[in-house]
Design a protein around this ligand. Structure first.
Ligand code: DAU
Length: 350
């Protein structure tokens, strides 16, 4: 059997290494690929920090009663020897592994430099040595923020202008990938996506924090005015776009992924309160995040012009309803992490 990955011909079943595959977006990618690309062989490397959860991969891990179709290797992408061996044994690497929470990067930036910059560098060197295909996952936050009334949205030509230690390390990683493409001719693509929501997202993030607060009888916490705008996309739509870029994208290119889901934080909280049967004003305003980005917005025309990808969740509300149901049905998955996360927020006064 031969597979073609953006001009790259692979003989036999495609062997895909997923970095950060026990985290939120990575684990959803593994489950989605399992469903839509059953001929792929999938291996996960994950350092299993607080943000990872092996139970997210339960359907595919034999030790958790799953079908055993995926191998989970515990280790860091910054571990050069481990990464070298794994890259050598795979055809394609999809690189999700990253520290990703802005509030944590303001509190303690070093893990972000280590995972996001040193980790990406380590992976790039293995990709270069073994001549493998890389897809690097990044964020729209590398472009900084927009005014609320700015008619512009981010495009692939927007200059990078990160605001936080988190987004600065992601911008650094993106620039390393671009340099390895140009200087060493590696076969790579990059995608920058907007805010994801959906099942298996850590409870430190905005939407699952508010859903689990409401489930616990605690009011949602809105930073500052709540007028900050994010461009929401369901995680399955993001991962389908990644698969489309792997199969149809052009090597060396960057693609922005977004589903036209701009909403301010107050709108999202009110939608959740309505879905969960609480009054519209049942939330607290808390101290704002320092340096809080005002608005993100993605123009995904290039991706839509060059691939057949289209988002399936056109309606944020329908996606949120399904997400609420998932958290209500999976308390075991999030309860311990919730205690830790709220302890940190209490210390930060948010
Ligand atoms: O844009 C993509 C980025 O989206 C990803 O690169 C990041 O990894 C991801 O964390 C996310 O960054 P944000 O900072 O936008 O996400 P977060 O969920 O932390 O916050 C979303 C918005 O909600 C933001 O305006 C801050 C606000 N917020 C957040 C929390 C946790 C609140 O008002 N209350 C909260 O309790």
């Amino acid at each position: 059997m031969a597979a073609t990955v953006a001009g790259f011909v692979i003989l036999g079943p495609m062997r895909v290494l997923v970095t950060g595959g026990a985290g939120f977006i990575g684990s959803n990618f593994v489950l989605r690929a399992r469903e839509t690309r059953p001929d792929w062989t999938l291996t996960v490397i994950d350092s299993m920090t607080y943000a990872a959860n092996r139970h997210s991969l339960a359907p595919v891990l034999s030790e958790l009663g799953g079908d055993g179709s995926v191998r989970l290797v515990e280790g860091s992408v910054a571990d050069a020897a481990l990464v070298d061996g794994l890259v050598a044994d795979h055809d394609v690497v999809v690189h999700f592994a990253a520290e990703s929470h802005n509030d944590n990067s303001l509190d303690s930036p070093w893990p972000f430099v280590e995972s996001n910059v040193v980790g990406t560098f380590t992976l790039l060197e293995a990709i270069r040595k073994h001549g493998k295909r890389l897809h690097h996952i990044s964020t729209d936050e590398v472009y900084g923020d927009l005014e609320l009334d700015d008619p512009e949205r981010f495009t692939e030509r927007t200059p990078v202008n990160p605001s936080s230690p988190y987004s600065a390390t992601k911008a650094g990683a993106d620039l390393l990938v671009r340099a390895w493409i140009r200087s060493f001719g590696i076969d790579a693509t990059v995608s920058n996506c907007s805010n994801n929501y959906g099942p298996r997202q850590h409870v430190e993030k905005f939407i699952p924090r508010q859903i689990t607060n409401i489930l616990d009888g605690v009011k949602p916490k809105v930073y500052g005015s709540g007028l900050n705008v994010r461009d929401w996309i369901h995680v399955d739509d993001h991962n389908d776009a990644v698969i489309a870029i792997l199969e149809q994208g052009r090597l060396g290119e960057t693609y922005l992924i977004g589903a036209d889901g701009e909403r301010n934080n107050l709108d999202i909280v009110r939608m959740l309160l309505e879905i969960m049967g609480k009054p519209a004003d049942w939330f607290d305003h808390v101290d704002d995040r320092p340096g809080h980005d005002l608005r993100y917005a993605i123009d995904s025309s290039k991706l839509r012009a060059e691939t057949d990808w289209r988002p399936r969740y056109g309606d944020v509300r329908a996606g949120l309803e399904a997400t609420v149901e998932w958290y209500a049905a999976n308390r075991d998955w999030w309860e311990a992490a919730k205690v830790e996360s709220e302890r940190t927020y209490a210390r930060l006064g948010r």
